[in-house]
Design a binder for this molecule. Structure first.
Ligand SMILES: Nc1ncnc2c1ncn2[C@@H]1O[C@H](COP(=O)(O)OP(=O)(O)OP(=O)(O)O)[C@@H](O)[C@H]1O
Ligand SMILES: [Mg+2]
Length: 247
């Protein structure tokens, strides 16, 4: 995935808000990269552009050299708010993207059943979203995003509405899924610890207009646990990232 000189401004009346200013970075196949930055620095704008859901003013996004100008079947998204359809059961929600695409690949039922079990939602297939906790809804969103076997998973603060304990569980689950599936993942977050726990690299952005301030490699062995965040080495790393965002 390659983002090259991505720029975007929003206009309303005579006002103009520059959201992104010439952002460039690339993500290797199978890599986990986080986009980290303060509120309003253009992270969602950037992720939506990568998803093909928002046009840039200038610059390009490409996957394997193909420009992304509209939603791409190999790219799936998970958003901040659970976006399950309230009138469909968990199982029906998960099958929805495949239905839209008339994708009747062999084995998709079995694959979905495995994923549902993997995220601990077995037994809830026939429940409606309102009968699920926020964490369970995001688990269902993860399964829905993975059901069509994308090669890239984009996530926009998927756990920010969850309590800290559930969030930690979800981070560890996401790490396991990343290790098991080998998918390319791009996570938008303003949580430094979450980014350190999950990422191969963190793209640290400046306040608006979002630019790339620096890219930090996280060379910690996996699987990582929450304890890794409390070692002196990682503490120093986190403090360095915090300073990079603040200056
Ligand atoms: N549809 C829109 N119309 C006008 N301005 C917008 C629109 N979407 C975003 N903006 C502005 O662009 C800037 C970047 O917004 P964006 O949502 O990309 O930031 P963000 O980094 O995702 O913030 P947060 O961490 O709070 O989600 C903000 O100043 C916002 O007000
Ligand atoms: Mg956002």
């Amino acid at each position: 995935m390659q983002v090259q000189a991505a720029s975007k401004a929003y206009h309303f009346g005579r006002d103009r808000v520059r959201a992104l200013d010439s952002v460039s970075f690339s993500v290797r196949e199978g890599e986990f990269v986080s986009l980290l930055g303060p509120s309003g620095c253009g992270k969602s704008t950037l992720l939506w552009a990568i998803a093909g859901l928002k046009a840039l003013d200038s610059g390009t996004v490409s996957l394997d050299g193909d420009p992304i100008l509209k939603p791409h079947p190999a790219i799936a998204c998970i958003f901040q708010e659970p976006t399950l359809l309230p009138w469909r059961t968990v199982a029906e929600n998960i099958a929805f993207p495949l239905e839209l695409r008339r994708d009747q690949r062999d084995g998709s039922k079995e694959r979905i059943a495995r994923l549902i079990k993997r995220v601990g939602l077995e037994g809830f297939e026939r429940h409606f979203p309102k009968a699920l906790s926020g964490g369970m809804q995001q688990r269902a969103s993860i399964v829905r995003a993975l059901a069509a076997e994308p090669s890239v998973l984009l996530m926009d603060e998927p756990f920010s509405a969850l309590d800290p304990f559930t969030r930690e569980d979800m981070n560890l689950l996401l790490q396991d899924i990343w290790i098991e599936t080998g998918k390319t993942m791009i996570l938008v977050t303003h949580n430094i610890e979450e980014a350190v726990l999950l990422s191969d690299r963190i793209v640290v952005m400046t306040p608006r207009p979002g630019r790339v301030r620096k890219v930090v490699e996280i060379n910690l062995p996996r699987p990582r646990t929450a304890e890794v965040l409390t070692t002196p080495e990682v503490f120093t790393l986190i403090a360095g990232i915090r300073r990079a965002i603040a200056y």
